[in-house]
Design a protein around this ligand. Structure first.
Ligand SMILES: Cc1cc2nc3c(=O)[nH]c(=O)nc-3n(C[C@H](O)[C@H](O)[C@H](O)COP(=O)(O)O)c2cc1C
Length: 322
C-alpha cells in the first residue's frame, strides 16, 4: 500500500483494529473484516521467526481475501533482523508494518523487546531507521506512555518516529508497568498529538462507540483503536463507525445473531487450524461472544470439555435452551 493512500484511509475510517496475541488471527480478522473493519493487524510476530518459517509462523502470516488492509506487527530488537522480516512482509503483499514497542509480558521484557525498548531510545532509532530503509509501504509503531508508571516518554518516541518518516504512531495511554488495568490518560495522548505531525492513533479503554468518539475528540488523534472490547463483539465496529461517521447502525447483539457468527468463526477455525486446535481457540472466545447477553456461567464449566465440532454444537444449543 502506498503511504499517501494509508494516510487518507486513516483519516477517512478513523478506526484501526488492534494486534492481539492469540486473538487477531486469520479466522477472527475475517470476521472483523466482514463487520466493516478496513485496517487490521496481525498479532505480534517475532521477527526472528521469519527465518525458521515454522508452521505456526506461516499461519500467523496467512491473510484472507476478505481483509481490505492488513499490517503485520513485528516484535524484536535487532535492526537487521527486523528490517529483513519487514521486507518479507512487504514482498508478501501486506499493507503496512507495525513495530511493537509496548508489550509488557515478562518473557518479552527480559529479551529487551516490546515495552523494554522504551528504556533505549537509540535502539528504537536504529530499528526504525533500518526498517524504514528497506520498505516503501507504511511503517507504524505501537507504544505506551512510558515504561514506569508516571513516566512520559511517548512524545520523545513519537518525535523519533516523525524524524525517521513513519506513517503513524499508536499510543496506548498506559505505561508498560501498568499493563492493562490502570485508567487511560487521554490528556497525555493529547500532548503527544500536539507535539508531533505524524498521525496518532489513540488506544486504551474504549468500551463503546460513544467512548471511541469522545476519545478521538478529546485527544485530537487522527484515529482510534479499540482493544479488548472488540473480542467476541465484532458488532462494536459498526457502533464505533456509527458514532464516528454517522453511518447506519445495526448494533443488536441478539443471541441468534451471536450464535450464527460464533458458528461461522468456529468453522473458519476448523478449516484453518483443524478441529482440535479450533476447539482450544474457541474456549478463549466463547464466553466473550456471549458476555452481557447470556448467563455464560451456566456453560463456562463445560468449556474444558470442548473437544469436537459436535461438542461445540451442543454448547451452542445449551445457549438456546438454558
Ligand atoms: C490478550 C491480549 C493480547 C494482546 N496482544 C497484543 C499484541 O500482540 N500486540 C500489541 O501491540 N498489543 C497487544 N495487546 C494490547 C492491545 O492491543 C491494546 O493495546 C490493549 O488491550 C489496550 O486496549 P484496551 O484497554 O481497549 O484493551 C494485547 C492485549 C491483550 C489483552
Amino acid at each position: 500500500m502506498n503511504r499517501n493512500d494509508f494516510r487518507e484511509l486513516l483519516s477517512r475510517t478513523k478506526l484501526v483494529l488492534p494486534p492481539m496475541c492469540g486473538y487477531t488471527d486469520y479466522p477472527y480478522r475475517r470476521i472483523l473484516a466482514k463487520f466493516g473493519a478496513e485496517i487490521l493487524c496481525t498479532e505480534m510476530i517475532k521477527a526472528k521467526a521469519f527465518f525458521f518459517k515454522n508452521d505456526r509462523t506461516l499461519k500467523m502470516l496467512a491473510r484472507s481475501e476478505e481483509e481490505p488492509f492488513t499490517g503485520v506487527q513485528l516484535l524484536g530488537s535487532e535492526p537487521e533482523v527486523m528490517a529483513k522480516a519487514a521486507k518479507i512482509c512487504q514482498d508478501m503483499g501486506f499493507s503496512f508494518v507495525d513495530i511493537n514497542l509496548g508489550c509488557p509480558v515478562k518473557k518479552v521484557i527480559s529479551k529487551k523487546e516490546g515495552g523494554a525498548l522504551l528504556k533505549d531510545f537509540e535502539q528504537i532509532r536504529r530499528i526504525l531507521e533500518a526498517v524504514r530503509q528497506v520498505i516503501t509501504i507504511p511503517l507504524t509503531i505501537k507504544t505506551r506512555l512510558g515504561f514506569k508508571s508516571g513516566e512520559f516518554t511517548a512524545p520523545k518516541i513519537a518525535r523519533i518516529a516523525e524524524e525517521i518518516g513513519l506513517d503513524a504512531v499508536t499510543i496506548h495511554g498506559r505505561s508498560v508497568e501498568q499493563k492493562y488495568s490502570a485508567k487511560v490518560d487521554w490528556t497525555k495522548i493529547a500532548e503527544v498529538v500536539r507535539s508531533v505531525n505524524v498521525p496518532v492513533v489513540a488506544n486504551g479503554g474504549i468500551d463503546d462507540g460513544v467512548m471511541a468518539k469522545e476519545m478521538l475528540v478529546q485527544t485530537g488523534a487522527l484515529a482510534v483503536m479499540p482493544g479488548r472490547a472488540i473480542l467476541g463483539d465484532p458488532w462494536l465496529i459498526g457502533e464505533i463507525l456509527h458514532h464516528l461517521h454517522g453511518t447506519a447502525i445495526e448494533h443488536h447483539r441478539s443471541i441468534k445473531r451471536v450464535k450464527e457468527t460464533v458458528l461461522e468463526h468456529f468453522d473458519s477455525m476448523v478449516q484453518f487450524y483443524g478441529e482440535r486446535s479450533a476447539c482450544l481457540c474457541m474456549r478463549r472466545f466463547f464466553s466473550l461472544y456471549f458476555k452481557g447477553i447470556f448467563r455464560i456461567s451456566v456453560i463456562r464449566k463445560n468449556l474444558g470439555g470442548l473437544n469436537s465440532r459436535s461438542d461445540f454444537l451442543s454448547m451452542l444449543k445449551a445457549v438456546e435452551t438454558t
